[in-house]
Design a protein around this ligand. Structure first.
Ligand code: MV4
Length: 449
């Protein structure tokens, strides 16, 4: 087992990783930017190293500084959390070259899954269902137009280096093709330095359902059932839950088996998420694979009683997985508490938290790094915490979430709490019958006071 882990991240996820390390008897090193000197991850780690000025690109993304921090503190492993360097192939390689275990995917795996057309081809070869579309990249707009005729409109073109909606266009008829093609390629070139595009049939009104998997160094993988992340705004997830209201035990077994098939085909090691779209008929299609721990991992932990960070560390140290799959024993919901004003276009609201009270009680979990008097810096993402509740049924979980949100006090800044409170009383949300487009037409003006 590792002696000392450096956490190459900040905020709630850095704290989350430190907590499990403490329980495992592993020493921890925090790294922090000048803006984060007063952060709890710095306080709770055994050691802390300042790695640069506030901007992420000068600190949490600066590979040489992080490697140097690991060298001087004698850390034998690095946990990257999510975001920042968690899916950076170069960082994974540099860790390996310096004999530091990267608690995440290999350089090769990150590259393969990071290129979405390659990831899709890999999953087709493994027998995982995918959305019908182009076989690899499109060579030209003309080829794309010809193919769209065969597939039938509407189609989507997607940047192979994309994900999360960037460089993606919905095309409803041939007349729109050329313009969409040019703008998507331009956006992809500017964002990723890669303008490769592929095509898919458009799946109307889907649900976003993802399967949590863990693979070990023996090439075995297991799944921990699904998370439903259909409540999103502009590709930002706001609410996640498990089990999914639209997934039957039969579908869960099928999607779980497909995710394992994909993971074992590539000898995937570590925790990963296989994202699917599920259509009205309950047919599911592979979208992307994330080779990191995800923000929403706690709901899976709560319903399966499985510490995902602990298992990431164990498989990185070469230990085998248990060999069984895990199914939800409860219903869990997570809401993301962001320092944003939901009544005004989710405008960021950094600043000082003047007064704070977090909720408690049975089935309530808070993953957060903030405290009364803490100032949220403007340099990073705006998530200041996650509220996770668990109960026997979805109905009880929604009631518990409403109660916990009502108990929460965060003063001095705007947060997404008023939105979540409304959602817990929203008829469509309560019915469980909604799609990824639900928030496109939701009336946020009801949040104005
Ligand atoms: C799609 C789709 C419909 N059909 N692909 C959005 C981000 C990326 N992960 C994939 N995305 C989509 N791909 C086909 N063939 C609809 C979306 C999509 C979406 C997916 C999941 C959650 C929210 C979404 C919001 C808009 C579009």
């Amino acid at each position: 087992m590792f002696n000392k882990i450096l956490i190459a991240n900040r905020g709630e996820i850095a704290l989350r990783i430190i907590r499990t390390c403490k329980e495992m008897g592993i020493k921890t090193v925090a790294v922090y930017s000048k803006a984060d000197a007063d952060s709890l991850h710095v306080r709770f780690a055994d050691e802390a190293v300042c790695i640069g000025p506030p901007p992420g690109k000068d600190s949490y993304l600066k590979i040489p500084n992080i490697i140097a921090a690991a060298e001087v503190t004698n850390a034998d492993a690095i946990h990257p959390g999510y975001g920042f360097l968690s899916e950076n192939a170069e960082f994974s390689r540099v860790c390996a070259e310096n004999d530091i275990k990267f608690i995440g995917a290999s350089e090769e795996m990150i590259s393969k899954m990071g290129d979405k057309a390659t990831a899709k081809a890999t999953m087709i070869a493994a027998g995982v269902p995918v959305v019908p579309g182009s076989d690899g990249l499109l060579e030209s707009a003309e080829q794309g137009i010809k193919m769209a005729k065969e597939i039938g409109y509407p189609v989507m073109i997607k940047a192979t280096a994309g994900g999360g909606g960037k460089g993606m266009r919905l095309i409803k008829e041939e007349g729109e093709f050329k313009k969409a093609w040019d703008s998507a390629r331009q956006e992809a070139a500017a964002s990723f330095g890669n303008d490769g595009m592929y095509m898919e049939k458009f799946v109307e009104e889907p649900r976003h359902v993802e399967i949590q998997i863990v693979g070990d160094s023996n090439g075995k993988a297991c799944h921990l059932s699904e998370r439903d992340c259909s409540i999103q705004r502009r590709h930002q997830k706001l609410i996640e839950e498990t089990p999914s209201p639209i997934v039957s035990q039969e579908l869960r077994e099928k999607m779980g088996a497909a995710a394992i098939k994909g993971a074992e085909a590539i000898k995937y090691e570590g925790a990963g998420t296989v994202e699917f779209l599920v259509d009205k008929n309950g047919d599911f299609y592979f979208m992307e694979m994330n080779t990191r721990i995800q923000v929403e991992h706690p709901i899976t932990e709560e319903v399966t009683d499985y510490d995902l960070i602990k298992e990431q560390i164990k498989v990185a140290a070469g230990e085998p997985i248990s060999g069984r799959n895990y199914y939800p024993q409860l219903h869990s919901i997570e809401v993301r508490i962001n320092a944003e004003d939901p009544a005004n276009g989710f405008r960021p609201s950094p600043g000082k938290i003047t007064n704070l009270h977090f909720p408690g009680g049975h089935g309530v979990r808070i993953d957060s790094h903030v405290y009364a008097g803490y100032t949220i810096p403007p340099f990073y993402d705006s998530m200041i915490g996650k509220l996770i509740v668990s109960a026997q049924t979805r109905e009880e979980a929604i009631i518990k979430m409403k109660r916990a949100l009502e108990e929460t006090v965060i003063e001095g800044i705007k947060t997404t709490i008023p939105f979540h409170l409304k959602m817990m009383q929203d008829e469509a949300f309560k019915s469980g019958n909604f799609t990824t487009k639900y928030l496109d037409t939701w009336d946020f003006s009801v949040l104005k006071d």
